[in-house]
Design a protein around this ligand. Structure first.
Ligand code: NAD
Length: 384
């Protein structure tokens, strides 16, 4: 079968779903690979690099989509892209079925099969190698610290120089999931003093192992809402948490917020008063900007200065490190493709065909449209 990689069309998106290194591996699995001319330009992968890896370069999106049996994408397809999909083909990428019901209907009408990386059952350890949400959150957490460092007027690490002693920057991270932990590690590596808080007490050890200090809220309430995710906390907890965050805001130079609750707006953790109480020149990077923001003053997609504090609300942090995120993303896609190259009895195939095995829990979870039928949400896991 032919795997096609179109250029991403979402404004400002720099990532590409497949990098040349992965093209070679897909060809070894028996596929042929076509890449739209210029698809990798913004991530520093040239047409020539794809050609050298064995891909065919196709001019124009329409020609690419019509030639492809399987399409690898990053962002959900636009209506224009859906119109280009060939009936009976397979689409793999981020889809977000809950947020995009119209797109799901359009895809079903095209009688395609759609594998949504955002719908992978993440608690299956076997699925980790395919977990693009984790890879992208890791890249974003790293980039959030780089954005903060860029907007901050001082060093992160303490230094003793001939021109005087420089204190280390103090960084507070709100939310220590995948992105928050990546931010903790990055800020600690740059030499900052790092503190972090999360409503799920289980992450405290991970914060410490990455070089941070876990700061507890002075209120007994467990924050796990099931499946490793957070829940909405009681009003009493939120009050105690606001007091602790207000104290941190007065003390630290940089706040990076990453707090999310599945299916709910992002919790508001940093009030306008807290921003006002921060030292001039401080920086907030709000990684929850797209879900409504953890800070009251965040403007999604922009960097703004309020009360002398730079508040970064970029919603494209992974795309801002496009070469790295594309490389990790396409490795996740390769691992998924390897899973699809298995016959029903589990034997590996290298003839360039795929088997969307609905008996496999990981594949079942990912498959949101099967040959024109909407198969999302998947049935709940069997209780044994
Ligand atoms: P997320 O993006 O949904 O949320 C980010 C963090 O914000 C979470 O740690 C959450 O507890 C925290 N948070 C929510 N509300 C908060 C509040 N009011 N105050 C402070 N913090 C708050 O989470 P995520 O990064 O996707 O990770 C969620 C969990 O899933 C983690 O336990 C992670 O290890 C787990 N996970 C497991 C796998 C796997 O097993 N393969 C893969 C990915 C993630």
């Amino acid at each position: 079968l032919m795997i096609g990689v179109p250029r991403e069309t979402f404004p400002g998106e720099k990532r590409v779903a497949t990098v040349p290194e992965v093209v070679e591996k897909l060809i070894k699995l028996g596929f042929s690979v076509s890449v739209e001319s210029g698809a990798g330009d913004d991530a520093n992968f040239s047409d020539d690099a794809y050609r050298a890896a064995g891909a065919q370069i196709i001019e124009g999106a329409a020609n690419l989509w019509i030639a492809s049996d399987i399409v690898f994408k990053v962002r959900p397809p636009s209506s224009e892209e859906v119109a280009l999909i060939r009936e009976g083909s397979t689409l793999i990428g981020f889809i977000w079925p809950a947020q995009n019901p119209d797109l799901m209907q359009q895809l079903a009408a095209k009688r395609v099969t759609v594998l949504a990386l955002d719908s992978l059952p993440r608690t299956l350890s076997r699925a980790q190698k395919m977990d693009a949400l984790t890879s992208m959150a890791g890249v974003s957490g790293y980039r959030a610290v780089i954005e903060a460092a860029n907007a901050f007027g001082r060093f992160f690490n303490g230094q003793i120089t001939a021109a005087g002693k420089v204190p280390p920057a103090k960084v507070f991270i709100a939310g220590a999931g995948v992105a928050g932990l990546a931010a903790i590690g990055t800020a600690a590596n740059l030499g900052a003093i790092v503190r972090a808080n999360d409503t799920r007490a289980e992450v405290a050890d991970q914060v410490v192992s990455l070089g941070g200090e876990f700061v507890k809220v002075d209120y007994e309430e467990e924050g796990s809402g099931g499946g490793g995710y957070a829940k909405v906390m009681s009003e009493g907890f939120q009050q105690a948490q606001r007091e602790m965050y207000a104290k941190q805001a007065r003390e630290v130079d940089i706040i990076i917020t990453t707090a999310l609750i599945p299916g709910k707006p992002a919790p508001k953790l940093i009030t306008a008063e807290m921003v006002q109480s921060m030292k001039p020149g401080s920086v907030i990077v709000d990684m929850a900007a797209e879900q409504g923001g953890n800070c009251e003053l965040t403007v999604p997609g922009q960097s703004v200065v309020k009360h002398g504090v730079t508040i970064v609300g970029y919603t494209d942090l992974a795309s801002r490190l496009a070469k790295q995120s594309s490389t990790l993303y396409s490795t996740n896609l390769l691992r998924l493709t390897e899973e699809l190259c298995k016959a029903a009895d589990g034997t590996k195939t290298t003839d360039g065909t795929i088997n969307v095995n609905m008996e496999d829990e990981a594949i079942r979870g990912l498959t949101v449209v099967k040959e024109g039928n909407i198969t999302w949400p998947p049935p709940p896991p069997k209780v044994v």
